[in-house]
Design a protein around this ligand. Structure first.
Ligand SMILES: [Zn+2]
Length: 199
């Protein structure tokens, strides 16, 4: 027997599966939407429905984008001699927010994680190596997260790229170990960018 009507329960369950939303928040959101203006609910439903169809991967940097190539790859003001390698699209947002970096990006969409069964072939590493031989970067700055998976990924990429004669650097220490690039404050992240070290 359901305590709440089935359509409400279905929405609560859907919210509950989202990251960072527990059962309480899920119920609150569902009941909020039940009483919200119809246009607001319509707008939210449409945004969700159209999200995946409207977003694609940039064929150059693999970032999520509406247009291919993405706006960063299309920007002629960027420094094309350096590429910053990140795990996720949200890391690009965090680094852009610092204003301390003007180069290009390459998004891996994850990190090597043997426990979760994620190997190098599941990431956009091949595409990065291909880019290096086509775009001839002078520097590859690896900005994967300062945790075990991020470090393993950085080492793996450095090993692949070094024989190609490119300078491979890593964000400076100072990022909290076990932390996330995405959640690092702008000042710490700016310093980590400026203080990057050779790998
Ligand atoms: Zn791009």
């Amino acid at each position: 027997m359901h305590v709440v009507a089935e359509p409400i329960q279905r929405l609560i369950d859907a919210f509950n599966r989202l990251p960072g939303i527990g059962p309480k928040s899920a119920s609150r959101l569902a009941f909020y939407l039940l009483r919200a203006p119809a246009e607001q609910v319509q707008e939210l439903a449409q945004a969700i429905a159209e999200l995946q169809g409207a977003i694609t991967y940039c064929s150059r940097c693999q970032n999520l984008t509406e247009n291919d190539p993405c706006f960063i790859c299309q920007d002629t003001q960027r420094d094309t001699s350096v590429v910053c390698v990140v795990e996720d699209a949200l890391d690009v947002v965090a680094i852009e927010r610092t204003g301390a970096y003007r180069g290009l990006y390459h998004v891996l969409h994850g990190a090597i994680n043997p426990v979760a069964g994620i190997g190098p072939e599941d990431l956009r590493i091949d595409a990065l190596v291909r880019r290096q031989s086509q775009e001839h970067f002078q520097e590859v700055l690896i900005a994967t997260n300062p945790n075990m998976e991020g470090e393993a990924t950085a080492m793996y990429i450095a090993r692949l790229l070094r024989p190609l004669g490119v300078r491979v650097t890593r964000l400076a220490r100072g990022l909290p170990m076990g932390g996330d690039v995405e959640y690092t404050d702008e000042l710490t992240l700016s310093r980590a960018l400026e203080g990057r070290r050779e790998m």
